[in-house]
Design a protein around this ligand. Sequence first.
Ligand code: NAP
Ligand code: MG
Length: 505
Amino acid sequence: MTDSTPATGHGAPKLRLGLRNDNDDGWGYAPAPESTDHVELRDRYGLFIDGEFTDAKGGRTFETANPATEEKIADVALASDADVDAAVAAARRAYDEVWSQLAPRERGKYVYRIARVLQERGRELAITESLDGGKPIRESRDVDIPLAAAHFFYYAGWADKLDYAFPGRGARSLGVAGQVIPWNFPLLMAAWKIAPAIAAGNTVVLKPAETTPLTALKLAEIIQDAGVPPGVVNIVTGAGETGAAVVQHEDVDKVAFTGSTEVGKLIRRALAGSGKHYTLELGGKAANLVFEDAAVDQAVEGIVNGIFFNQGHVCCAGSRLLVQESVADEVISKLKDRMETLIVGDPLDKNTDIGAINSRAQLDRIEEYLKIGEEEGAEPFQTSCPVPDRGYWCRPTLFLHAAQSHRVVQEEIFGPVLAVQTFRTVDEGIAMANNTPYGLSGGVWSDKGAKAFRVTSRIRAGVLWANTYNKFDPTAPFGGYKESGIGREGGLAGLHAYLQPEEAA
Ligand code: NAP
Ligand code: MG
């Protein structure tokens, strides 16, 4: 540990908010940047409506930037209500005249084709994702893009087997789906939304997040290249107002939203009484429980993966560490040592562990929580790694001795900030894990399988991992309880959400 690391206890220096710290002793990794030569990015992107790229009516645009450099990448069309109308009308036409009439086997072929081209263009997509959103290239290359392709492959396989998936139901699609996604896994979220919807026979209008529209627009190019009939997938870029226009459009039959609990509540209120089907995938504040019989080194890796993967911009992040008191000192000391090895910086460098915070607004929000945590009396620890001069950065941070009442324990920070608490008995650990308005995910670390099963079955969360964390698979349903949302995505449950309910079948 170096002098500039905030010590624990009295007189600890204040947390540094994005200040540079040059303490490289010459033993660091040499840079290993991914080349961007072969990636073509246009200066200007249009909306994707009815199989064509078009400017927004009225020609309004917004900028998307690279959060690691603060430089503008492209101007992107800003869809108005009239553009959303046109997109929904195209989706309706495509649904009525083409997609719902097509043999399911043919539908499946198109979905396969999208998956194949996603794989072929994987490297370009990974670089684009890292440029537009700030995530480390290792993650976009090894997680986001392969998983996005895997979702299309998985759902392609179901397209002509709906009657086997849901026997005796005469599975029927819903119609036009309006889908709104966040900025933390831009292409992957687009895949989660589009693949099951179109495989089940629906058509879609999707709105990507304002800060990360580029991979969804590249996906639109892929959909065009794959020859998918015009109007089956429409992509309208814009900000929250465009999202609201999509979900509230009267000709949308099904709404699928991923984002904040706050906006999720607004949407649910707006949809009340409308008769629209909806699924909401919202925030989380997951507990990662480490028991005294856990393999400590493995648990430390899991804690790091749980909270620092994707800068902590993960709805199912293990953002609360609950560690059994008898092993707390050892776990925390090893965790601090491991955190000191994490490299924060250039998302395109293959050595980077933690990339840029997605936007200035999100960095402000995280820094606000860093202040709140200190004011509330939790003990901060932050690593001493250098960070670049430009761009949005946050060093990996712990709040030790956090109390259940602290806002850094109760509220979703959506950054590389971990609240640490201890417990004594198994029951106490479970009670603490459940003491949250959220219920999306959780992790348990124990050497005893029976104990892991017992504990996970008593935690009220949609996804629980035992001796691992942040594992995703298209065959596994994902979703939450309480303020973490309604409904499931992924697996057969995710397909079910795009079909008529049983009573209507
Ligand atoms: P958000 O505001 O809920 O945004 C999610 C998506 O909804 C974006 O595409 C957004 O557009 C759009 N949107 C905003 N207002 C809308 C409205 N009234 N009606 C329909 N759509 C609307 O979340 P955020 O700003 O990205 O992040 C804020 C917080 O949400 C985060 O700090 C985190 O706590 C949480 N979050 C959770 C997840 C998750 O996966 N569960 C993901 C991201 C964020 P614009 O982005 O263009 O404004
Ligand atoms: Mg951007």
